[in-house]
Design a protein around this ligand. Sequence first.
Ligand SMILES: Nc1ncnc2c1ncn2[C@@H]1O[C@H](COP(=O)(O)OP(=O)(O)OP(=O)(O)O)[C@@H](O)[C@H]1O
Ligand SMILES: O=C(O)[C@H](O)COP(=O)(O)O
Length: 656
Amino acid sequence: MAFVSVPAALRTGAVAKATTSVASSSSVFVASNRRVQVPAAGAASASPSGVVMQATATAKKSIKDLTAADLAGKRVLVRCDLNVPLDGKTITDDTRIRASIPTIEYLTAAGAKVLLSSHLGRPKSGPEDKFSLAPVATRLSELLKKDVKMAPDCIGDGVAEIVSGMSNGDVTLLENVRFYKEETANDTEFAKKLAANADMFVNDAFGTAHRAHGSTAGVTEFLRPSVAGLLLEKELAYLAGAVSNPKRPFAAIVGGSKVSSKIGVIESMLDKVDKLVIVGGMVFTFLKARGLSTGSSLVEDDKIELAKELEEIAAKKGVKIILPVDVVAADKFAPDAKTQLVSVDAIPDDTMGLDQGPKSTELINAELADCKTVLWNGPAGVFEFDAFATGTYAIANTLAEVTANGATTIIGGGDSVAAVEKAGLAEKMSHISTGGDFTRAYGVLLGRQPGRVVEVCHSFEVPLITETGGPGGGVAGRQTLDPVFLAGRIEQYKQVFPALSVVGWYVSGGWIGEEDAAIHSDVMLRLHESPILMVVNPRAALPRAAATGVAAHLATLHTAAGRLDDKVRVVGAYLAAVEAGTIAVDGSGAEGDLLRRVGAVAARLVSAEGVGGGSVRGGAGAELGDGRVVTYLAGVTKGIGLMSEVVDAFRGGHAS
Ligand SMILES: Nc1ncnc2c1ncn2[C@@H]1O[C@H](COP(=O)(O)OP(=O)(O)OP(=O)(O)O)[C@@H](O)[C@H]1O
Ligand SMILES: O=C(O)[C@H](O)COP(=O)(O)O
């Protein structure tokens, strides 16, 4: 197998006729595993909040150590971080929910009864409807394609009753654990009640890993085994490598509004980073500590002394602290607030800083430009309001640029990830923490192989699934290409491009790992005796030749669509004739037969959406425009022969 690194934008299969010719030699597969090892117990790691912590979870077993026999029929309490941003009851970013799916599917596939628990927001005292996890249950049901029951509470008889009615493979979401103040107090009795409905515990709440609360730490006293979930394991593995052995200069950007939560961890970060960039609501406590006036900006007065100490520690350690030099000051916290751009030493008393100014952005960009590792947690302004989003998006853009230049960038935190997603830049970062691996896309290459030269003419993206383990189920927890989708899509392409066959596959991200090696041997070698693997760097510029290839390919599709349109028009004429009464529709004779054939054609069109277990529609949706056209064409091409017969018969029948 040849291994080629092609700087072409093959993501989503948009570059169809890249006409990349590569030599196909026999199997030389360089499996460079980027996925770093999970650190030993006690090694420093980081949470998505940039929180440096002791990675005790890594010393424990993971769910991969549990077999189906260990899990079948067991009630498994899974702590997830489903603390997603909401606009009323609408989830505005479901990254954390999606990231929780592999663990849930792993457990349900093994026949466990899954009890999910999470916090949402920071309710002050008791239950509050706006902090209910109910919208999350709805989204989970969609993603898991099964009903996820929403429990009205997280402890108590009501929950016990629901759990006793669960079948193997069922999923129930418990209500917000923070509706009990005992949760954050890590109260033993509360943890005991939470554990009472389960046999074992899985912690997959990476975003909450730095909190010793009842549902994260307390329950482990009562449930054995207590193990790490797939997400927690994956995140720790990635971050441990990036943070414990970073390429330097290493910068952390800390912002957002949770000043008291985050300021406390800055000290431990000062042991690691070369530069600390303070942005967002975090800025003003530091400015006040420097003796500046901050108006009505967000300040946590009891942290001012800490901010002063941190500046001193940073100076001793030689860590550069970068603070904004200008801010957008607003007269109120509102999207239509009156604003003025002011220097940080001239913030008017009756205003609050809601975004950084352009000089700050310039300064921060310059500081980040030479960095080789950057952690970012917390937006640089109230980006939810357009008027104060500029600074946050500017940082996102800069990080996309430094990533393209070879730096490792890690974005963590609910709102920071949401901002990067909103800016459309998630794929340009190295790692979106608690968001699955956005940097990678997998797909199949179609082409011709006359002799030793492979001509790649087409590609399509293939979604991943998590293997369930057991006989025929691969290795539990491992990601692989969705076999149903793959088979369905290959069949479709055969219809449209019969001269092309599978010649290999591609993966984006510029590197290959262990799971990729398994895909190569377990999936691709079954489709081709010597498949090529194209490692795509989607960040590199699209070469001119490839752009020309796209144009040529689109022209081909256009012609095919035109031909199809001609056929559809004839069928339309038939239907018009039926409507006009010039041809009988009573199901008798040749005309009835024609009608049945038209029905069959129509059915084929509709069934094209169902190929691949219903996933084609979703898959096509995930692809760019030409992918949709091919899906459509694939479905109808099969029917074109039938249509031709209809046309002939109609012409003949009508004439007679
Ligand atoms: N200058 C500011 N004043 C007030 N709020 C701010 C300011 N800058 C940013 N914010 C707010 O900070 C919030 C996000 O802060 P937060 O600390 O929760 O970040 P995050 O990325 O969600 O991290 P995590 O999930 O780790 O808490 C946003 O809602 C944003 O509007
Ligand atoms: O969003 C987060 O940072 C986590 O869900 C933890 O939330 P918390 O800061 O309210 O504990």
